[in-house]
Structures are given as C-alpha cells and as structure tokens.
Design a protein around this ligand. Structure first.
Ligand code: G3H
Ligand code: 13P
Ligand code: ZN
Length: 307
C-alpha cells in the first residue's frame, strides 16, 4: 500500500472514539519495530520525522526505508513531518513524498503563526498533503525551542485560527509537555478545555503532543543499568485513554521509544560486557520498541484492529 493521507484515518478515529499513534522515527530499527507492531495489531500508523531526525538520517534514507517498510505491509501508513520549523522544510518534505506535515508556529506571535500556517496550507493543499498546525505552547524542550511555561490553547482563538488558516488538524496545549519530565506534582490534563474546543469544532481532529507515559519499567531499567533519569514522569495511561476517546485523533509518542531502546541497550551491554556486535543489542532494542508500541495500540490508543 502507498503512503496515505491521514484524512480517512482521522475520520474513522473520530467516529470510532479512538486515536492513531504518531511515533517518531530516526533509524531502521525504530521503523521496523513500529511497523511490526502495527502489523501484529492490524492498526493504522503514523510515522513521524522531526527536523532533527531528518538531519540525522537524511531524507533519502527515510524515504527508502519507508518504501521497504511498506513492501510487505497491508496497513494504512502516513509519513508526517513533526514540528516543521519553517515553510522551506515543509515544502521540501512535501516534494519528497511526505503525506502530512506539521507547521509549528506556536512560538510565534499569533498573527505570524497564522501567516506562516496559511502559506504552508496553500502549498500543501495544492499537492494533496495534510497540514497540522499548533496553537498554544507546551512547556518543555523541542529541538530549537524551549519553554518553561504552558500557554494553554484558547478555545475561541482555536476556532478563529482554524478558520483563518485552513489547517486540517490542530495540536493543542492542555497540560502535556515533551520529554521525560512532564509533571512536578500530580499529573493532570485540562479536559474541560479539550471538550470546549471539540464542541466548538465538531468533527475536527485534535492532536496531542507530549503524550508519552514515560513507562516506569523502562525508566527503572535504565536507572538500574547505569542510567541517571531521576524523577521522570509521563502522562498516566488512563488520561491518554480518556483523550483518545474524545476529539483527539492523533497522539504523539517519542520519549517512550527512546527510553525503551536505551534501557534495553544499557541492560544488554552491562550483562554482556564482551559483546561488541551492534546486532546483539539492536535486536532486543527493536523488540522493545515493538512491544511498547503494541501495548500503546491495544491498551492506550484503542486502534487495534482498525487498519
Ligand atoms: O517533539 C519533539 C520530538 O520528540 C522530536 O524530538 O527534535 O529531538 O527529534 P527531536
Ligand atoms: P513525548 O516527548 O511525550 O514522546 O512527545 C513526543 C511529541 O510530541 C513529538 O512531537
Ligand atoms: Zn511534539
């Protein structure tokens, strides 16, 4: 099956009360782990590439890896640009075959976010490509942007922003954040705000970034085998399940992939100090990505069997 637009995927997710996982990819093993999980669960998948991942792997390698991944997969798969920082990068991945892009103008003044998003929408829509935009600001670290504070998305402004830009889906800020340190105290999300936004834009797909649950087993494993990730805390899975049943159609997960791989590699190398064949540790790392993604699909996103 060729790469698809998320359009039908999101319509089904919205109507069916589940979400599709958007998993960040950087290399072959991560792509393989996610694809195997999708196949075993018969689930739709979004594989997303940040500008940092594109720089690391190279767009040509990513496209060829995706081509290989799709050869024996009978699944709907979207290839998405995560946190596109500017028009030029969105244009380049659209020209290269991505089926969906995010333009992230969330750090810009409101009017500038509108102008930039509109420009990307015009280019993308002429070529049948989906556009996700962001309004509001997540606390935490992204490659080039750091914010100490959340700026929660204003529901009325969200309606105006979507109307003015024509973006196809909207990432909102309701309390999640990127990385492994999401909450200092008790984790909570602003569901009232989410429901208000959903009520104002019925049928419109909402995106949740920063949605790793920071799986405690992998944090403990990483720390046990020489890591130092104290106080890591993610979004509890019951909150993510609740979000997945609402207008949230896409849930972004990167940190959990990083943690699963790193924890397993740390364990393997500590337990096998004489091993120096990368296949020795990349194989269990790939397996851990698959198991973690399967768990998300089945128990958190609710998209098992929805391919
Ligand atoms: O939201 C950011 C994603 O986790 C991607 O991270 O820019 O380090 O690849 P990255
Ligand atoms: P996490 O850091 O919670 O995995 O979020 C990833 C993300 O939002 C990618 O855009
Ligand atoms: Zn994000």
């Amino acid at each position: 099956m060729p790469l698809l637009s998320p359009k039908d995927m999101f319509k089904k997710a919205y109507d069916g009360g589940y979400a599709v996982g958007a998993f960040n990819v950087n290399n072959m093993e991560i792509i393989q782990g996610i694809m195997e999980a999708g196949k075993e669960e018969n689930a739709p998948l979004i594989l997303q590439v940040s500008s940092g991942a594109r720089k690391y792997a190279g767009q040509n390698y990513i496209m060829k890896l995706m081509e290989a991944a799709l050869m024996d997969a009978d699944l709907p798969v979207v290839l998405h640009l995560d946190h596109g920082p500017n028009f030029e990068l969105c244009r380049d991945v659209i020209d290269g075959g991505f089926t969906s892009v995010m333009i992230d103008g969330s750090h810009l003044p409101y009017e500038e976010n509108i102008t930039l998003t509109k420009k990307v929408v015009a280019y993308a829509h002429d070529r049948g490509v989906w556009v996700e935009a962001e309004l509001g600001r997540l606390a935490g670290v992204e490659e080039d942007v750091h914010s100490d504070v959340h700026i929660y998305t204003d529901p009325d402004q969200a309606v105006e922003f979507v109307g003015k830009t024509g973006c196809d889906s909207l990432a909102i800020a309701i309390g999640t954040s990127h990385g492994a340190y999401k909450f200092k105290g008790e984790p909570k999300l602003d569901f009232d705000r989410l429901h208000k936004i959903a009520a104002l834009m019925p049928g419109y797909p909402i995106v949740l970034h920063g949605a790793s649950s920071v799986v405690p087993e992998y944090v403990a494993m990483a720390n046990k085998y020489g890591g130092h990730i104290p106080g890591a805390q993610g979004v509890p899975e019951n909150l993510l399940r609740q979000a997945a049943q609402s207008a949230v159609c896409k849930i972004n997960i990167d940190t959990d992939i990083r943690l699963a791989m790193t924890a397993v590699i740390r364990k393997f190398l500590m337990e096998n100090p004489a091993e120096f064949d990368p296949r020795g540790y990349l194989k269990p790392a790939r397996e851990a990505v698959k198991d973690m993604v399967r768990h998300k699909i089945k128990n958190v996103l609710g998209c098992s069997g929805k391919a």
